[in-house]
Design a protein. Structure first.
Length: 370
């Protein structure tokens, strides 16, 4: 029987210190190893030259540092980079790095597939398999950072992380929060709280739980300004309608005086891009400190939706801006390699049974089950 050793990517700083204490080592030794892992991208204990030989041998015998396996990677004509990372068996997830003049943003996945069934999202067409471990989540950042030659506090090419990849992050709460802790730790990737963003479709109880557990930026996938349309596009709205969702957002920013919520709004032709819907959205945005990110729909095989016309997107934006609602239009990046927002689609197997389990878990409110 093969013994699976603990993967150090699964631990935040306190977890590593506790692990080292359990094998009779001082906490600062854990800090040393963490710095080797995330600042120098070293996974071989033998190369950790400021760690004693006896400890290196002990670590080699009892634990591992195992990043996700890169199945393949692609680079877009615009510089966007996508990795397909193998998880287990035939499962794989996608991670995307978007370089810009002043920053570099990594879009990270939290689940293999997604069970929320949002109608305009490619990931949703694959169903749900399982949650990712903390190691699989932070491992995506590690793979990108190593590829970029990113060095926290010195040569920083990776400046922002958004939990907007495959899956609903709040349905994998503990692992996502632990991974985000490493992203923000000075011995991890050293990102400021405001530079780590979690995007949710609107799980109200878990937004409240997040406000107690972590101090990251919050984005909400809204996509419609009224319950009838939003329930059609985002079925979760039936369980947590807009009024409840905005209440959770108000509670979230109340604990962060200068914070605001980013509301994501995918622009779909003839569906949610009409001027009257923009005016409805203005009324919602007055209820909470907010900004709106309009996202031109990115098509994928088999979808019934189309991207809104550029003129309609700009007119929609103008109505919001004229009402003093901060509104940006997201530039489409990486669509030539299917790396744009809503296009991520890894490899998801065994979805039928797990999809049924997922729906039952959600209906029962046990939203952090693996």
């Amino acid at each position: 029987m093969t013994v699976v050793k603990p993967n150090l990517f699964d631990y935040d700083r306190q977890g590593l210190r506790d692990l080292f204490a359990s094998i009779g080592e001082k906490p600062y030794r854990a800090d040393q190893v963490m710095k080797w892992m995330y600042h120098r991208h070293v996974t071989d204990f033998g190369q950790m030259t400021d760690v004693g030989k006896a400890l290196r041998e002990k670590l080699s015998a009892h634990v591992d540092i195992v990043p996700p396996k890169t199945v393949f990677e692609k680079q877009s004509a615009d510089g966007t980079h996508k990795w397909l990372l193998g998880m287990d068996g035939s499962n794989a997830i996608e991670t995307v790095f978007i370089p810009e003049t002043s920053r570099g943003t990594l879009c990270v996945s939290s689940q293999v597939g997604c069970g929320l069934n949002c109608q305009f999202c490619s990931t949703a067409t694959q169903g749900f398999n399982r949650n990712l471990s903390a190691a699989e989540i932070i491992g995506q950042v590690w793979v990108a950072a190593r590829h970029l030659g990113n060095v926290p506090h010195h040569q920083r090419k990776l400046t922002n992380v958004v939990m907007m990849g495959m899956g609903e992050p709040l349905l994998n709460f503990d692992n996502v929060v632990r991974a985000m802790s490493v992203m923000r730790d000075d011995l991890g990737f050293g990102l400021a709280n405001k530079r780590v963003t979690l995007s949710t479709a609107g799980l109200v109880p878990m937004i409240d739980k997040l406000s107690e557990a972590s101090d990251v930026s919050l984005a909400v996938s809204l996509h419609a300004p009224n319950d009838e349309l939003r329930t059609e596009l985002v079925p979760l709205n039936k369980k947590y309608p807009i009024a409840e969702l905005l209440g959770a957002c108000q509670r979230y920013v109340a604990k962060r005086p200068r914070a605001s919520i980013t509301f994501e709004y995918t622009m779909m032709k003839g569906i949610n891009d009409k001027p009257e819907l923009a005016r409805q959205l203005v009324k919602l945005m007055r209820k909470v400190p907010s900004k709106v990110n309009l996202i031109p729909f990115n098509p994928f095989t088999g979808t019934r939706f189309e991207r809104s016309e550029e003129e309609d997107i700009r007119n929609f934006q103008k109505i919001l801006l004229d009402a003093n609602v901060l509104t940006t239009v997201r530039r489409t990046r990486g669509d030539d390699i299917d790396a744009a927002c809503g296009q991520l689609k890894g490899q998801v197997v065994d979805r039928t049974r797990r999809q049924a389990e997922f729906r039952r878990t959600l209906d029962e409110g046990q939203v952090d089950a693996a």
